[in-house]
Design a binder for this molecule. Structure first.
Ligand code: HEC
Length: 238
């Protein structure tokens, strides 16, 4: 009996959310169409050059959300346990109804360890990451995308790989229980998977390995290239 009530409540909630999304769309600028499969552009399909003061969902926000929220067993799929909140694409995020009503910002800025997202022992988002998401919301939370120029000269661990890993991998691969038992906040662990071949398989989505990041399109070609250049150079700590 209780179960039926819960399900009915969930359905009413889902319908309400859908109605909200539909009506709220009418007041927003048209959404930029995007390529859900991703042709090496992170799923963004962006052709306009990146403007300095705009936050882009596909290039900046989605990688962070995937890395920190789409952790297996958290928000990688929508289930009863996670209040039907899936965070793996613009569509799933919007269908979850947590952006427009402030729930997303509330969850990531919570101070109560029982309520904050991501949940401990995963690390909280950094103030810079929270600011980025806030700016994207303030700018109208569009599914926007841009194309940055790709500079693969002088790829180094500290200048190139660390920022990439922070943005795209560390949500899952750090903290108290890192996924795959791999903590990428230190060079040695990343160097080890670079040398045994698993890093290349992961970032190039080679079927011999496990595609990373999981449950999201392959990273933009430029970023994959940076990883492979660093691997080919012997994954140095430079
Ligand atoms: C949403 C969570 C998540 C994100 C983001 C993520 N990973 Fe993973 N990673 C996992 C999980 C889960 C495993 C364990 C998979 C398994 O063993 O089947 C794993 C395993 C791996 C492995 C080992 C694969 C193997 O063949 O044993 C590598 C290498 C790896 N990740 C690299 C990365 C890199 C590089 C990034 C960022 C570009 C990244 N991961 C982002 C969840 C994630």
């Amino acid at each position: 009996m209780q179960k039926i009530h819960r399900t009915a409540a969930k359905m009413a909630l889902a319908l309400g959310t859908m109605a909200f999304v539909v009506t709220s769309c009418q007041h927003e600028p048209p959404l930029v169409p995007f390529d859900p499969v991703g042709n090496g552009d992170g799923g963004g399909g962006g052709t306009a050059p990146c403007a300095p003061n705009t936050v882009y969902f596909q290039q900046q926000v989605l990688p962070l959300l995937v890395s920190n929220c789409a952790v297996p067993g958290c928000h990688n799929t929508a289930t009863d346990d996670n209040d039907w909140i899936q965070i793996t694409s613009y569509t799933s995020l919007m269908n979850s109804g947590i952006v427009g009503d402030g729930d997303l910002m509330e969850a990531i800025t919570e101070t109560d360890p029982d309520d904050i997202m991501p949940r401990p022992p995963q690390n909280p988002l950094t103030p810079q990451q929270i600011q980025l998401i806030q700016t994207w919301i303030t700018q109208g939370y569009q599914n926007n995308s841009c194309s940055a120029s790709c500079d693969t000269t002088n790829v180094t661990y500290s200048g190139t790989i660390v920022p990439l890993v922070q943005q795209r991998c560390q949500g899952c691969h750090s903290g108290g229980t890192p996924q795959g038992d791999l903590n990428f906040t230190n060079w040695a662990t990343l160097n080890a998977v670079a040398n045994d071949g698993r890093l290349r398989w992961a970032v190039t989505h080679d079927p011999q390995g496990v595609a990373m990041p999981p449950s999201s399109p392959i990273m933009p070609a430029c970023e994959v290239r940076k990883f492979t250049l660093w691997i080919e150079a012997g994954a140095p700590n430079n």
